[in-house]
Ligand binder design. Structure first.
Ligand code: GUN
Length: 304
């Protein structure tokens, strides 16, 4: 199948709706702040514990953003910065302490971890009721079973972006063909499950997928979480598709790019999320949502 070039005027669909994650995240944080206030009326306050091991500069930025969001919505945050030499046993002991602490509702160990610590062992140790990342096998299993649990923040935030866009434009994932690029437990796998649960027909693509361009070209919804700068060319995108870009890559001039060639893709897409200012802010706002939901559930309080 021959693909139209990025410059194919016949494929031009007008400029896409910008899926403004910054604005949507502000709305979501405002909703969470209301729920935190409702919990406070019942003499309780959600608490999030965050561990950062080592000095990865990108992780430092992400973690700071998470702590700032906690302050904004009224969640109590405990931030622990540990040296890169921290042993797995020491980190697991810290997780155990937070598991046992009734004031802590959410536990987040920032990834990636130094090579001598097995992320899997750490994830498995977190109490599933406090697993605000949604990475624990129990929570992933609940998602696979279509049952309620804590869902990973990036895919859950993306589903909310799609719901906000869909509410305004009469669009829904139901009945759509979706291509999810990436199969990590942080984004791709839970994203594919969420979209399946939302009645989309989902193709999960990865490094061994033949004819990736063809899979993208037939998709009404593209979720790009492949970790490869500008992997998705504008000409691959189906006219009128909704495109969500999870990638974040620093360019030599200091600017940021995603997995999608935004400038070319927006000429064909109906809606597209920018980088920066798209998925990133929604991920953090969703973490606030997860932590507040975990606090309410652990205390037997209904927020609705
Ligand atoms: N590193 C990059 N994204 C994430 C995330 O969502 N959670 C954790 N724990 N680490 C990350």
């Amino acid at each position: 199948m021959s693909k139209p070039a990025d410059t194919d005027l016949a494929a031009y669909s007008g400029f896409a709706t910008n899926l403004d994650g910054k604005a949507m995240a502000a709305l979501l944080r405002a909703e969470v702040a209301k729920d935190v206030a409702a919990l406070q009326l019942r003499q309780t306050k959600p608490g999030l514990a965050v561990a950062l091991v080592g000095d990865d500069p990108a992780s430092q930025v992400y973690v700071k953003g998470k702590v700032r969001a906690c302050q904004e919505v009224g969640i109590a945050s405990t931030m622990l910065t540990l040296p890169a030499t921290t042993t797995q046993a020491e980190l697991l002991a810290q997780v155990d302490a937070w598991n046992a602490d009734p004031a802590i509702d959410g536990i987040l160990v920032q990834l990636p971890l130094p090579g001598h610590i097995a992320a899997r062992a750490v994830i498995d140790r977190i109490d599933p009721a406090k697993d605000v990342d949604g990475f624990h096998p129990l929570n992933l299993g609940l998602l696979a079973a279509g049952r309620p649990g804590l869902v990973a923040c990036t895919p859950a935030g993306i589903l909310k972006m799609l719901s906000i866009y869909g509410g305004a434009h009469g669009w829904t994932p139901a009945g759509k063909r979706a291509a999810v690029l990436g199969r990590s437990i942080t984004v791709g796998r839970p994203m594919a499950l969420l979209l399946t649960n939302a009645d989309a027909t989902v193709t999960t693509c990865h490094s061994r997928t033949p004819d990736l361009a063809g899979r993208v070209a037939e998709a009404d919804l593209v979720i790009a979480a492949a970790g490869s700068r500008h992997l998705i060319q504008g000409g691959w995108v189906k006219r009128g598709a909704v495109v969500i870009d999870v990638g974040i890559h620093r360019n030599p001039d200091g600017t940021l790019s995603g997995d999608v060639d935004y400038a070319a893709a927006r000429l064909r897409a109906a809606a597209i999320s920018p980088v920066p200012g798209g998925v990133g802010p929604m991920t953090i706002a969703q973490l606030m949502r997860n932590c507040t939901d975990a606090a309410a559930r652990r205390r037997g309080i209904s927020l609705v």
